[in-house]
Design a protein around this ligand. Structure first.
Ligand SMILES: NC(=O)C1=CN([C@@H]2O[C@H](COP(=O)(O)OP(=O)(O)OC[C@H]3O[C@@H](n4cnc5c(N)ncnc54)[C@H](O)[C@@H]3O)[C@@H](O)[C@H]2O)[C@@H](O)CC1
Ligand SMILES: Nc1ncnc2c1ncn2[C@@H]1O[C@H](COP(=O)(O)OP(=O)(O)O)[C@@H](O)[C@H]1O
Ligand SMILES: [Mg+2]
Length: 282
């Protein structure tokens, strides 16, 4: 039977912060993405990561995005993604690497995806989203076996990766086999009712609606997942489930008084949402 996600997952995962903690306890998240066209995507992911509690956030992007990003998210550090030496150092220093939101499909983006997949180690958790998923599919790349990998495709990105046509994606066993073949540890298959596949089985999200069908909604989810994984030292599947549930539960709340939900506002609302759903254990 498919497990349905519910509010209980939030209190399991979102714990009250110990009084004597510091930023280093909450994960260093490196976000790699945002070409000349899609700077907004990586900015929204960074906004979401900061607002969802990541201790330190660094963005590696096209230099054209630097000042726009800082005007929206001054908490984030910035590195120019054309400086490969600095970027590789940043990867080594990070706990979580989010790769691909707004990255585009240029030759440089392809070479960067290949470099990052080679550089990450067992010390990092890798979250792969957006254009990086399309590049992995087009170039027939594999995700690194020694790095815990979370992939967040929408159905067309999953079709490209898995070669399973959209109409057949409900075939659960097929998805599981494909997930293992690609070295994906947790697959967040985004759709009207998002499904999460992992070695713990399958969970489904009943909540959410068409007010979420706005460009940038997935970029924000990727930032939330990266922040949750970086700060909550909990079972990885449940941590990702909590991130997916929080993203949509907040969208549902905002949709009560908005026709559509703006992803950037959802990102900013996460800190307030998490305060309301944290559990009181130290
Ligand atoms: N403000 C920004 O900078 C934004 C940047 N974005 C970035 O743009 C890049 C390309 O992503 P896209 O997803 O737009 O493009 P893709 O080319 O990967 O996929 C979208 C295509 O699939 C089709 N499609 C059919 N069913 C679909 C479904 N259920 N869900 C999604 N698409 C479906 C769409 O019509 C479209 O042709 C990504 O890196 C993404 O992160 C987008 O997030 C939009 C906002
Ligand atoms: N009709 C819908 N019902 C529920 N959730 C939706 C709906 N449409 C989109 N979403 C959610 O919005 C997000 C869209 O992600 P994605 O397609 O990657 O967007 P983008 O790349 O533009 O940021 C996913 O989390 C998806 O589940
Ligand atoms: Mg997307």
């Amino acid at each position: 039977m498919v497990k349905q996600l519910n509010e209980g997952i939030l209190k399991e995962v979102i714990v009250k912060r110990p009084a004597d903690s510091y930023k280093g306890d909450y994960g260093h998240v490196l976000l790699i993405g945002g070409d000349k066209q899609y700077g907004g995507a990586i900015t929204m992911a960074a906004q979401a990561a900061v607002s969802s509690g990541a201790g330190l956030v660094t963005v590696a992007s096209d230099s054209v995005n630097r000042s726009a990003l800082h005007s929206r998210v001054p908490e984030a550090m910035f590195v120019d993604w054309s400086d490969l030496e600095v970027l590789m150092e940043q990867i080594d220093r990070s706990d979580v690497v989010l790769l691909g939101s707004g990255m585009g499909l240029s030759e440089y983006a392809v070479s960067l995806v290949k470099r990052v997949l080679m550089q990450v180690s067992s010390k990092q958790v890798l979250v792969v989203d957006g254009s990086a998923l399309t590049i992995v599919a087009q170039e027939n790349l594999m995700f690194p076996r020694e790095t815990f990998t979370i992939a967040t495709p929408h159905q067309v990105e999953w079709e490209r990766l898995s070669k399973i046509q959209l109409n057949y994606q409900h075939e659960i066993q097929m998805n599981d086999v494909q997930r293992q073949m690609l070295n994906i540890d947790i697959l967040v298959l985004k759709q009207h009712h998002t499904v999460i596949y992992s070695s713990d089985g399958q969970t489904e999200l009943e909540q959410g609606g068409p007010y979420q069908a706005v460009g940038g909604m997935g970029d924000v989810l990727a930032g939330i997942i990266a922040a949750f994984v970086g700060q909550f030292k909990f079972n990885m599947t449940q941590t990702v489930e909590a991130a997916v549930y929080a993203h949509t539960a907040l969208a549902d709340q905002m949709a009560a008084y908005n026709y559509i939900v703006r992803p950037s506002l959802l990102a900013d609302g996460m800190a307030n949402f998490m305060a309301r759903y944290q559990s009181n254990f130290d």
